[in-house]
Design a protein around this ligand. Structure first.
Ligand code: ASC
Length: 152
């Protein structure tokens, strides 16, 4: 093989490798970036679930507008973390158990359960009674996944 042919073959192999890696990593330059992205989304959800929980527990006065704002944040952000459990990110230290990466179909089902509950949270935030029951259902959806796939 000529030197040029070797270079062409090498370039083709590199391009194929990059393309096959592209779908999973397209939005994240490094696995660490993906971990930071998903952790950031869980931080935001936890913060706003905490605000709603405080109203439900009577630690803060119920405020329908504030509750609806938090519910909308939770509902939007609950759609985000899933794409960031990219292959390779299981090697980065995080709260995610290795089992999470071995069970993508189950994780997808649990994420869809959460997304269903957070959609209902927006409608429920208008009154304290409906908020109370839907914060419970939403928290249960968070917990279902944590119990299986999150390190204590
Ligand atoms: C929260 C929060 C969680 C979930 C979980 C539900 O507010 O930060 O991780 O709800 O505690 O059981």
């Amino acid at each position: 093989m000529t030197g040029k042919a070797v270079i062409a073959l090498g370039a083709a192999a590199l391009a194929t490798g990059l393309l096959s890696a592209a779908p999973a990593m397209a939005q994240f330059a490094k696995a660490e970036d993906a971990v930071k992205y998903r952790q950031s989304s869980f931080t935001l959800m936890s913060n706003h679930m905490g605000r709603l929980a405080a109203m439900v527990k009577g630690e803060r006065p119920f405020d329908a507008a504030a509750a609806q704002d938090s519910a909308r944040v939770i509902d939007a952000v609950a759609k985000l973390p899933w794409e960031a459990f990219v292959p390779g990110s299981e090697k980065v230290q995080s709260g995610a158990k290795p089992e999470l990466f071995a069970n993508p179909a189950d994780v997808k089902m649990l994420s869809e359960r959460l997304n269903g509950e957070t959609a209902k949270l927006v409608a429920a935030a208008g009154s304290l009674d409906s908020l109370r029951s839907q914060v419970g259902a939403t928290g249960a959806a968070c917990k279902a996944c944590h119990d299986k796939y999150r390190n204590r």
